[in-house]
Design a protein around this ligand. Structure first.
Ligand code: APR
Length: 233
């Protein structure tokens, strides 16, 4: 059996109650994206940025937010499939993690909401509670160095070498719930196709890069993804 690489975006978590980025108002939870998701925004108003991610983290940990049928179907695919399955997610939520994936099989290329990075000692630590500029780093004990472990606009996504290595060896590439607006992720379909992989898009509507795919399934992820996984298995 061949290797499958799956890229996911905000659309896979939409039916779990987490809002996507590019809703019609162009705002991310009432904020301009550049204010809360860029190094400049953080420099200009760190308190706003800390508050923003503290609220997102509280929301993610509230009891009503759970993995949905699409996250669960991908975890089932990973368990039941004879070949290799790698999930690359642009999402900073932990819903794939909760659905159950082997650690090396799930790559959070845009970082994780439940982690903080210390700019003073480079430690990445799990954080399920609020933190800000006064919070001491759990590793070095110094305050003032913690920032959300999130890849902001203009910053380099994580695990890129590993991801391109997987793309160059995959037989099937699927993109689920992503609008195709943000590179490098939007270019993964081309990279996989260049190596001969079959490519599939599962999205509510055609994405910006839909014409690069061999096959498309339109609809809500909780319906299209379990059906697609059943067919693969
Ligand atoms: N099922 C499937 N697809 C859905 C659903 C759903 N229930 N709801 C929405 N979608 C689709 C939308 O049609 C859209 O094409 O999911 C896509 C979400 O697009 P974006 O909001 O742009 O999210 P994403 O592509 O993940 O954004 C990429 O942008 O701001 C940055 O770093 C951030 O990782 C993020 C990146």
């Amino acid at each position: 059996m061949g290797k499958i690489v799956i890229l996911t975006g905000a659309g896979i978590s939409a039916e779990s109650g987490i809002r996507t980025f590019r809703a019609s108002d162009g705002l991310w939870e009432e904020h301009r994206i550049e204010d809360v998701a860029s190094p400049d925004g953080f420099r200009r108003d760190p308190d706003l940025v800390y508050r923003f991610y503290n609220l997102r983290r509280q929301q993610l940990l509230s009891p009503e937010i759970e993995p949905n049928a699409a996250h669960l179907a991908l975890a089932r695919l990973e368990r039941a499939y004879d070949g290799e399955v790698v999930v690359v997610t642009q999402n900073i939520d932990d819903l794939h993690d909760r659905a159950g994936h082997g650690e090396s099989r799930l790559l959070h290329m845009h970082g994780e909401l439940l982690k903080a990075r210390c700019l003073l000692c480079d430690t990445i630590a799990e954080f399920r509670t609020d933190f800000d500029g006064q919070t001491p780093c759990p590793a070095c004990g110094e305050a003032g160095g913690l920032r959300p472990h999130i890849v902001w606009f203009g910053e380099m996504p994580l695990y890129m070498d590993e991801i391109y290595h997987h793309l160059s060896g995959c037989d099937l590439f699927a993109a689920i719930g992503t609008s195709g607006n943000v590179y490098p992720a939007a270019g993964f379909v081309e990279a996989a196709a260049a190596h001969g992989a079959r490519t599939v898009e599962l999205n509510l509507e055609p994405s910006r890069v839909h014409s690069a795919f061999d096959e498309a399934h339109q609809g809500p992820a909780t319906e299209t993804v379990p059906r697609w996984v059943d067919a693969l298995l």
